[in-house]
Design a protein around this ligand. Structure first.
Ligand code: AHM
Ligand code: MG
Length: 356
């Protein structure tokens, strides 16, 4: 009898304790009410306030580029569903087959920059000649609207690359070639948009590098990678080793070194994606001269200079195997140069093989 009462009491106590247990929340209030973070627009505005004589034109231009990036992101994301993947049926000035999305991205970018009104001229990978826009504007843009586009059909990451220069000739006069053919160290801003597992915009105005991830439901780029730094050293090398036989002895020598060091080989064949990975993890990307491409494949004005500016701002290095990329004076809109870019120790090491 006593045991029975005891059991009943215990049950009552347990029920009491259960009902009055301290409440544990499934999510703490910081997580549930966390802020969305800094939007790209807000970040650009805040940074502009740091320059006392800024006119807001560069900020507007960066916003125009971000808008074009959002539109291209939309097109890229549905490319498997619509008839916009695959070859366009024409070749560009470098004799490369254009993809439909190359052409779409080019049109979208030029339109966004034209409507924005802050640009006097554009150099595009997809256009033979200079595109002249508003002569009353201050800025020149060099861009590859969609890099790595041979990867579109197979759903692999691709990117947009851009460089911004301030014109040298007076505003209101026709744009001159000297406004456009400036060395990379004259860039006022540069960046890329990576259409990857998420879409990211990374840019610099010469005060460090910041990365923004696209939040599709808000339609905003949000600050996700503040003050990005490239590790000084790494263990990833990225190169199209299929062309090994035609590499210079110095490049072959460095590749032997990478293997002896047991580095990992990673090559997507999409410059922005390969560059982005190496920027975050540490590594070196190389496109040296080959038999097929004696000056390398990549273009100085809208592929190499832009990424060189970003990597230097992140503490890394970019050379053509010997010279600093940003000190090479362009003589042609579509000029090619070999590229060695990434962690400073790795790019320096590659150079030592050339020096013997
Ligand atoms: P593209 O501008 O025609 O897309 O060519 C540039 C691309 C880079 O993204 C990539 O790193 C390189 O070409 C790959 O070239 P390869 O296939 O010769 O390795
Ligand atoms: Mg390209």
């Amino acid at each position: 009898m006593r045991v029975k009462y005891l059991k009943r009491d215990l049950t009552t106590i347990r029920s009491f304790l259960f009902l009055h247990r301290p409440k544990t929340l499934l999510m703490d209030k910081h997580t549930i009410g966390s802020t969305v973070g800094t939007t790209l627009d807000r970040f650009i505005n805040d940074k502009q306030a740091e320059f006392p004589f800024a006119t807001g034109e560069l900020s507007q231009l960066l916003r125009d580029i971000a808008l074009a990036g959002k539109i291209i992101n939309r097109e890229v994301n549905k490319s498997g569903l619509l008839d916009i993947a695959g070859a366009y049926g024409a070749t560009n000035v470098q004799g490369e087959e254009q993809q439909k999305l190359d052409v779409i991205a080019d049109i979208r970018f030029i339109r966004a920059l034209k409507n924005g009104g802050e640009v006097c001229a554009i150099v595009s990978e997809e256009k033979d000649d200079l595109i002249r826009l508003n002569a009353n504007s201050r800025y020149v843009v060099a861009m590859d609207p969609l890099d790595g586009s041979s990867n579109i059909d197979v759903n692999v990451s691709i990117g947009t690359i851009f460089s911004i220069y301030r014109r040298l000739s007076p505003i209101g006069t026709p744009v001159q070639m000297e406004d456009v053919l400036q060395k990379g160290d004259r860039q006022v801003a540069a960046g890329y948009i990576l259409y990857g597992s998420s879409t990211m915009l990374v840019y610099t105005t010469g005060h460090g590098v910041n990365g923004f991830t696209f939040e599709p439901t808000l339609g905003e780029f949000l600050l996700s990678h503040q003050n990005m730094k490239c590790p000084k050293n790494g263990n990833i090398y990225s190169i199209n080793e299929g062309s090994y036989q035609s590499f210079e002895p110095s490049v072959k020598g460095y590749l032997q070194y990478c293997k002896a060091e047991k580095y990992s080989a990673r090559y997507i064949g999409s410059l922005v994606a390969d560059f982005h990975r190496n920027l975050l993890k540490g590594g070196v990307y190389m496109y040296p001269s080959t038999e097929k491409a004696p000056n390398g494949k990549l273009r100085l004005m809208y592929e190499c200079n832009c990424l060189a500016f970003i990597i230097e701002q992140a503490g890394g290095m970019a050379t053509d195997g010997q010279r600093r990329i940003m000190e090479i004076r362009p003589t042609d809109l579509h000029q090619r140069v070999p590229l060695f870019i990434g962690s400073s120790d790795m790019v320096s090491k590659a150079r030592t093989f050339r020096e013997g």
